[in-house]
Design a protein around this ligand. Sequence first.
Ligand code: SAM
Length: 253
Amino acid sequence: MVFAKKKWGQNFLVDNNLLEKIINTVDLNNQSEVLEIGPGHGALSEKIALKTKNLTMVEIDIDLIQSIKQNLAISHFPLLNQDILKTNIKDIDISNPKVIGNIPYNITSPIIFWLIDNLPYWDESFLMVQKEVAQRLVAKSGTKEYSRITVMTSLYFDIKICFYISPNVFKPKPKVDSAFISIKKNNKYDINKIDTKKFSQVVRMAFNQRRKMLRNSLSSLNINHDKCSVDFQQRPEQLSIDQFVDISNNIIS
Ligand code: SAM
């Protein structure tokens, strides 16, 4: 057994009921293509392998690569020893996969932004994340959980919390509760008509000073206020996604 490495967020799943619950939620069939982030020793990969023959795994830790190579249930599947954040899905021999992972919690946001960067190349995603992060991802405007990551992801995704998970199903046990979430693309916004760089700049500036009114936190931007359906005396958590889009579309560059 390989010792769990903190730096790579290694908390391994050891509860068969939970693994079954995950696999039932993901709902795979024998045509499904799956990209698994961080297979670890393969607890979840083994369950995926019972459903489909199209599984590719990306694992950063060479010691765990050795462990998977000795696991006959999954050793025959493609296994890439690399950092998922430096991986482009389009470079992998896989077509429109479901991206599944009990991911390292310290890189949850980078993985979510990685999903945005790889947007055209995957179908849907299921991730295990820290409970509080999940609650931020699904937060409604006007709440304290509504934050930069809520707004950024809402432009692209519909995110749902499938269920919560106690620390007891992991070894070693994490200090936090977890949630299993589903991420589907919403296609609500025509991304080609939005300057996503400006959108992201507005959202970042607004939430960096979330107690300030927008007219102060965004004061360095040249915004055509008259064209925006936004009250700039409000604070960022009071704005809808459409209003953030509205502001970013009315920046005079
Ligand atoms: N899937 C296994 C399970 O559920 O038991 C392991 C989950 S563990 C929380 C996270 C896994 O992601 C570890 O195997 C870790 O080595 C791997 N990992 C961490 N950072 C990674 C990265 N940047 N790219 C790919 N894998 C990574």
